[in-house]
Structure formats: structure tokens, C-alpha cells
Write a protein that binds this ligand. Structure first.
Ligand code: BGC
Ligand code: BGC
Length: 721
């Protein structure tokens, strides 16, 4: 039921005021900077400057002081005193930059994911932000795409759990609560699947694939009460998402019952024209409004064309009224009609330092997100008292916050600083650290480095090679065709290995890189992502065993770029490859590279070792099945294991994936402690989209798999009816 005061407002608004309410522009257009002449910019958008008085929302206007000033001025000039809503891209933290979302996915720690959003929400709220364009829950299978850093990975189940945790963390129970902000799940739908991993490229997939892999995490956000959904740039079944009724009205509103606000992506209404889906801005506005897209972002076709469309009877005014009502309801849910500044707090926002609690939380999240990929001969953890060598472009770099930061005020803690927080600087010898840029780009060639540098490192007990990709190469517009470390860095690792000392390769990246070429030369391999402000501290905690690594890959690491897309939950084929017969030709395989990724989904090591035994699968009450397994910590250190449940539907009316993650549990075990971990398997976990696009359950045989990761588990078959 719409509140009467909102109904009254809608009744009082002119059509142009309504359309302005459905338009989002950057803060620039409010002319806070008097020295800028806005005549040109307004002309470009084809709008009159006074329209700004009725605009509904602001994109990326941040900072408590700015927001308060802008809102104050706006309310003075707004005829109906409708507050602006400030929306911004807070992707992994605001002041305290947190690990990139892909890293958070690897934590497999849903409490940490909720806390991630809570920390970001508190700081954003103090900066005057009311809504964040997060979580991005686009499922990804192609690390060539730069935006894999912004999502939690390749699995629909994990993405859904992470997404709902983040929505809870941002929004809390009531958006009016201090420190809470609204969330916007994006990019609906399927934006993570551009062909060839090339940004903004065509997305094309069957309805079955869309429904079973790509849609579940958006739906999880809706079920968790997300306030807003952003339409994607890409097409779905040949229709751009921003003008796609089947998606925005059919699936989102009618099927899922979403009653919040929908928003375009940046300029995406306008992009219906270059897509060739609308002949001009007018047709783009018509298609988007009819499709159910409420707010147009950074283009102004609604403002410029929708009133004539209504007058000519081509567009139903009711659609506009409904959209405006939803926007006003969101403002009301945030309490903006009573307090248009919400939590904007210049003192907190401009504090000298982020809060110690937030920094500590960031440090812990970072440690939980790191994935230990190799640890030959137990070279890690490092021991205090050792002489440690440190080389590589990321050794001393502070450029490790990760893409989509931008709101930070403090540099990241470098790896060097993190390590010297634990051991005397005299025990840490650096050489060949280079300048980040020149070393990555090869201006500084490791071959030319003086032998003295290597000589110095030869005296160390262990050498750390801090390598990776430039953080600018990740995020939006960050597609790459090669995923190898720069040639210079690969050479560096081989050269360090030639000293005869154990080499620990630490990889800073926003995506899975191609690490096979350096695997041999790395005694240990640590995937350190971009972990935000506390980066170096989190990594040092893991290197020294102050945190026993527990991260598990949320995205497969390809053996080579030629395998992409390579992901664990692929459909079964008619000619499966059998590793026992590696040379059979007429099976699904490559002649020159393995089928398997270098490191599979769910994989990650610990300083503890775990043994699995006593796997049972049995029918329980109410047609449920209970799967149990015993896990023992067979080491001398306490550690965390993530027990993973995968299921395969052996035969069905449509082809099913070889395995699908259906549950996971994190347990912490003391040395030699044993614990039985059980999962209840219910019918709804076994349902899938049948040929008619309906969820169905089909009785039959199911393979139940329990174990440490998607490539290492025990399997039992059971008939479930
Ligand atoms: C991105 C969105 C982002 C928006 C607003 C777009 O380019 O695709 O993820 O929220 O800009 O900044
Ligand atoms: C090939 C067919 C061929 C058949 C008989 C199959 O493996 O896919 O193209 O006609 O063998 O030789």
C-alpha cells in the first residue's frame, strides 16, 4: 500500500517533474563549483538548467560536506521539497578499502561477507551516501574479463550466499537505521558472460543456462530484500537488458515479485541506439520505460521524450507513475523525507584515519581471502629469525588497493611494511623491487640487474617474489587476452629459483592469472589478490602463520588461456575424457594442453592437513537424505577446513552439470581433532529448470560428493524419489 503522502506527491507532480525524478545525473550538474559554465553540458543533454531542481538522484556525489550542501541547496529550490537520493559505487569499502569481492568470495566466509558490507555501509553512510551500486553478482567464467574482480566467482550457489550476506550487511533490517545504506544488485542480467571476455561484448546463452547458472544470485538478492536492481549493458536473447521486458517485468517483477526500483547502467538507455535496438533516443526511452526500467542514468531521453510519448498515446502514464512511486518509496524507506542528510557526518567522514576496528576487520578479511596454492616442503609459514629476501614489482608497492577504490584517502600497507611489522627490518633484504610500472612494462629488465642483487638474495633462507598485474588492468574496461605475468616477472622468478633458495611467489591480481609457467620455479604460491588498505598486513599474517590460510578458490585458475572458459560445473558430454586413457583421440580434449584447470574451484591449502573418512549417505525422515563425513586435522596446528558438498543428477530430462556445489561448512579443528560434518539433502536442492523453463524435481540416481574441493572428494550414488 502506497502511503497517502507519497500518493499526494505523485498527484501534485507535473509530468516533467516525474520524468526528472526518474533521471540520475552526476553532482557536477548542480553547479556547486561556480567557476564552471554548465551551458555546454546542459546543451549536450538537451535539457534546460532549471530541470536540475526536480532531478531525483545523484551519481557518485560523495563526501558528507558536499552532500549536505548539495541537498540543502536542492531542497531550497525544489518545488515539492523532494530530497535527492545519493547513489555511489562503493564496491569494496569506502574509506577503509576492503578486499576485492572476488577475494571475499574465496573466503567462503559468509559472516565476513556480511561484515564487509557493514563496514562499507557505515563509512559510506557517514559520507552522505544512501545507496551503493553493489553487490555485483554477475557469474563469471572468463578471467580475461577485467570485472571478474567485482564478483564472487563462477558458482551460482556461492554467489547467491555471498550476495545475500552482502545485502544484509548493507541494508540491515531497516534502511533508516544509522549506518545502513540501500544496496543495488547488478548487472541484471548475465553481464559477466561477454563473448571472448571482451568488455561490453555480446552475451548470448540458452535460457536454461541463464536460469540455472546466471540468475540465481540476482534472485537471492531480491529474496534478501535488495532495494534496487541495475540493468546490464548487454543483450539477453538479442534484447539489450535496459529495454528488455521479459527480464525486467517478466522475470524480475512478475516471477520474483521484486517491488523495488530498477535503474539503468551508465548511459545504457541511450546505448539501445548503437545496439541497433532503437532508432533514436525517443524510441530508446519508450522501450526502456515499457520494459520497466525506472531510473535513467546519465542520459536524458526520458526527460526529453517521454512526455510527448504520453501525449501521443504511445506510453501509458501509469507506467511513469508506478516508477515514480517506487523511487519515492525508496526515499521514504531511507527516511529521507524526515532527515534528508541521513547519516552524513563531516566529522566522521573527514577523520584523520579510518577507525581501528574497521582496519582490523579489513586485515582479517584480507587474511581469510588469501589462497595458498602450493607449499612444497612446507616452506611456509616463514619463521621469525630467518633471513628473508624480497623481490619483485609488488614488494614495496602501495598500489594494491584494487580497482574501483577511488574513495580512499590512505595508501595501502605494502608487503614490505606488513613484513617489517613482524620482524626486524635487518632480517628482510630487498633487491630487484624495481618501480612497479617500469618493472611490469619491462623498461627495467631483470636480466640487466646487477649480479650483486642476486648475490645478496642468495644469502637469505627464503626469497619472496611479489609479482602480479597492474591494478589498473582490472575492473571495468580491463579486458586482456593474455593472462601471463609479464615476461620480465616470469624471468625474475626463474632467476630467483636459480639461486638455489626456496622461492615463495606472491601474486597480486584482480583475476586468475596463468601461473603454470612459474609453478615449477615457485616452491610456494600465494594468491594475494588486491586486499585493500591493510593488504601488506593481511599477507604478512598468512606468511608467518599468524593466520593459518583458509581461502578456497571461487574461480578456476586456467592452465592456459586457451582453455577459457574453464569452470568446474560444466555439462556432461557424450564423449567424456577419461584421464586413465590420456591418448584417446575421439573424446572431448585438447591435444596440446590438459582439460583440467591448473587449480580448480574450491581448492586451497592450509598449514594444517586434513584427512577425510567414514563417508555415509543415507535416507532420513521426510524423504530427505543425510550425507556425513568425518574430518580430522592430522597436523600439529589448528586450522580451518571448508567441507564442500557437490551433487550430480546422473540422468535427467535435460543434460546436467558433472557436479554442482550445494552446500559448504567451515570448521575449525585443533591438532588431531576430529569432527563429523553432515549435510541434509532436500528435494529443492535437486531441482533444476526443465525443458519448459520450470523448476522440476525428477526422481532418480544422484551422485553425492563430499570433500575438500571440486576436484578432491568421495562419491556415493543414491536413488532419491
Ligand atoms: C558500471 C556500473 C556502475 C556505473 C555507475 C557503469 O559504467 O558498469 O557498474 O555502477 O557505471 O558508476
Ligand atoms: C565422427 C564422424 C564419423 C564417424 C564414423 C565419428 O567419430 O565424429 O564424423 O563419420 O566417427 O567414422
Amino acid at each position: 500500500m502506497t502511503k497517502p503522502f507519497i500518493q499526494d506527491l505523485v498527484n501534485d507532480m507535473t509530468l516533467d517533474e516525474k520524468l526528472a525524478q526518474l533521471t540520475q545525473l552526476g553532482p557536477y550538474y548542480w553547479g556547486l563549483d561556480d567557476t564552471v559554465d554548465l551551458t555546454g553540458p546542459f546543451k549536450e543533454l538537451n535539457i534546460e538548467p532549471q530541470v536540475i531542481k526536480s532531478i531525483g538522484s545523484v551519481l557518485n556525489g560523495i563526501g558528507a560536506r558536499n552532500v549536505i550542501e548539495l541537498q540543502t541547496r536542492h531542497l531550497e529550490s525544489s518545488r515539492l521539497k523532494i530530497p535527492l537520493i545519493f547513489m555511489a559505487d562503493v564496491i569494496h569499502g569506502y574509506r577503509t578499502i576492503l578486499p576485492i569481492p572476488l577475494a571475499m568470495g574465496c573466503s567462503f566466509d559468509l559472516d565476513a561477507c556480511e561484515q564487509f558490507a557493514e563496514v562499507a555501509a557505515r563509512e559510506s553512510a557517514a559520507a552522505g551516501i544512501h545507496l551503493t551500486f553493489s553487490p555485483m553478482t554477475d557469474l563469471v567464467r572468463d578471467p580475461r574479463w577485467g570485472r571478474v574482480m567485482e564478483t564472487s566467482g563462477e558458482d551460482p550457489y556461492l554467489n547467491a550466499r555471498v550476495t545475500e550476506s552482502m545485502v544484509r550487511g548493507y541494508q540491515g533490517k531497516d534502511l533508516k537505521e544509522p549506518g545502513r545504506i540501500a544496496a543495488c544488485v547488478k548487472h541484471f542480467a548475465g553481464y559477466g558472460a561477454p563473448e571472448g571476455g571482451r568488455e561490453y561484448n555480446t552475451v548470448d546463452m540458452s535460457t536454461g543456462v541463464l536460469r540455472e547458472f546466471y540468475l540465481p544470485a540476482y534472485k537471492a538478492a531480491v529474496d534478501a530484500g535488495v532495494a534496487m536492481v541495475m540493468a546490464a549493458f548487454n543483450t539477453i536473447d538479442r534484447i539489450p537488458s535496459s529495454g528488455n521486458s521479459k527480464l525486467l517485468r517478466g522475470i524480475l517483477r512478475e516471477e520474483w515479485g521484486f517491488d523495488g526500483v530498477t535503474i539503468a547502467d551508465f548511459n545504457s538507455v541511450n546505448e539501445l541506439v548503437p545496439h541497433g535496438a532503437a532508432q533514436d533516443g525517443r524510441e530508446a526511452a519508450l522501450k526502456s520505460l515499457v520494459a520497466g526500467l525506472d531510473i535513467e542514468m546519465m542520459s536524458t531521453h526520458y526527460l526529453n521524450h517521454a512526455s510527448s510519448l504520453v501525449q501521443e498515446g504511445l506510453l501509458d502514464l501509469r507506467l511513469i507513475d508506478e516508477a515514480v512511486t517506487r523511487v519515492l518509496e525508496l526515499k521514504d524507506a531511507l527516511g529521507l523525507f524526515d532527515n534528508p542528510f541521513k547519516d552524513a557526518d563531516p566529522v566522521a567522514d573527514e577523520a584523520d584515519k579510518p577507525s581501528p576496528e574497521h582496519l582490523q576487520a579489513a586485515r582479517e578479511m584480507g587474511a581469510r581471502s588469501i589462497v595458498l596454492l602450493k607449499n612444497e616442503g612446507g616452506v611456509l609459514p616463514l619463521k621469525r629469525g630467518m633471513k628473508i629476501g624480497l623481490a619483485g614489482p609488488f614488494a614495496t608497492s602501495i598500489n594494491v588497493l584494487g580497482g574501483w577504490a577511488g574513495t580512499e584517502k590512505d595508501p595501502a600497507v605494502s608487503l614490505y611494511t606488513g613484513i617489517t611489522g613482524k620482524i626486524p627490518a635487518a632480517d628482510l633484504l630487498t633487491a630487484m623491487t624495481g618501480e612497479l610500472g617500469s618493472m611490469l612494462e619491462g623498461v627495467f629488465d631483470v636480466e640487466d640487474a646487477s649480479e650483486a642483487a642476486y648475490e645478496q638474495l642468495k644469502d637469505c633462507d627464503v626469497i619472496l617474489a611479489a609479482v602480479g598485474e597492474n591494478q589498473q588492468d582490472t575492473g571495468e574496461g580491463g579486458s586482456k587476452a593474455s593472462l601471463r605475468l609479464s615476461a620480465n616477472q616470469e624471468k625474475l622468478i626463474h632467476r630467483l629459483k636459480a639461486t638455489g633458495k626456496p622461492v615463495v611467489t606472491i601474486v597480486f591480481s584482480g583475476r586468475p592469472l596463468e601461473l603454470a609457467p612459474v609453478l615449477e620455479s615457485s616452491d610456494a604460491l600465494v594468491q594475494a589478490w588486491f586486499l585493500g588498505t591493510e593488504s601488506g598486513n593481511s599477507i604478512a599474517d598468512v606468511l608467518f602463520g599468524d593466520y593459518n590460510p583458509s581461502g578456497r578458490l571461487s574461480m578456476s585458475f586456467p592452465y592456459s588461456v586457451g582453455q577459457i572458459p574453464v569452470y568446474y560445473n560444466a555439462y556432461q558430454t557424450g564423449r567424456p575424457y577419461d584421464p586413465q586413457y590420456p591418448n584417446v583421440r575421439y573424446v572431448t580434449r585438447y591435444l596440446d594442453i590438459p582439460n583440467d584447470p591448473l587449480f580448480c574451484f574450491g581448492y586451497g591449502l592450509s598449514y594444517s592437513t586434513f584427512a577425510y573418512s567414514g563417508f555415509t549417505v543415507e535416507a532420513a525422515a521426510d524423504g530427505k537424505v543425510l550425507a556425513s563425513i568425518q574430518v580430522e586435522n592430522t597436523s600439529e596446528v589448528t586450522g580451518k577446513e571448508t567441507v564442500q558438498l557437490y551433487i550430480r543428477d546422473v540422468t535427467a530430462s535435460v543434460v546436467r552439470p558433472g557436479k554442482e556445489l550445494k552446500g559448504f561448512k567451515q570448521i575449525t579443528l585443533a591438532p588431531h581433532e576430529k569432527q563429523t560434518v553432515s549435510f541434509e539433502i532436500t528435494r529443492d536442492m535437486l531441482m533444476f529448470y526443465g525443458q519448459e523453463d520450470q523448476l522440476v524435481f525428477e526422481p532418480g540416481d544422484f551422485d553425492i560428493m563430499l570433500g575438500a574441493n571440486s576436484g578432491d572428494h568421495s562419491t556415493q550414488r543414491i536413488w532419491i524419489g
